[in-house]
Design a protein around this ligand. Structure first.
Ligand code: ZN
Length: 143
């Protein structure tokens, strides 16, 4: 038989997990279906939720602190604070190797792609966001 305290803790964890899923889904939409760190296109099937300020550093499960990320970035970031991680992957490529280098290259590539798409759309007088969302998100997820 579980004590009342244990039952309450289990219930709290279930509620937090539900909040986590909702915040992660919202973040994915706000981030235009791209990873918060490397900016690669991200589907809702592949998304992982990241505590920008990790729980190990007293980060909370709040809307502000949950980012939609790819599994690669999430695993590699680990317990790093989001700011430290961005500083790491924004370094010149010559200074990076392994997974950090791959993440930095993808970030560079997808940022350029996104910016040039927005510029082209602006030149022909259309709003790029709906087009980009349609291009980069898997079928049925753009809405
Ligand atoms: Zn990523």
């Amino acid at each position: 038989m579980q004590s009342k305290a244990v039952r309450i803790r289990i219930k709290e964890r279930k509620i937090e997990a539900e909040h986590f899923r909702v915040y992660r889904a919202a973040a994915l939409r706000v981030q235009h279906f791209r990873c918060f760190y490397c900016r690669e296109p991200l589907s809702s099937a592949a998304v992982t939720g990241d505590h920008a300020r990790p729980r190990a550093r007293r980060g909370k499960t709040t809307a502000d602190n949950i980012k939609a990320t790819c599994l690669r970035c999430n695993k590699f970031k680990g317990d790093m604070d989001w700011g430290d991680f961005l500083v790491l992957i924004k370094q010149p490529l010559a200074k990076l190797d392994g997974i950090a280098r791959q993440i930095a290259m993808d970030r560079h590539f997808w940022t350029l792609t996104w910016v040039s798409c927005e510029r082209i759309a602006a030149q022909v007088g259309i709003d790029a966001a709906p087009v980009l969302l349609d291009m980069f998100s898997p079928e049925g997820e753009a809405a």
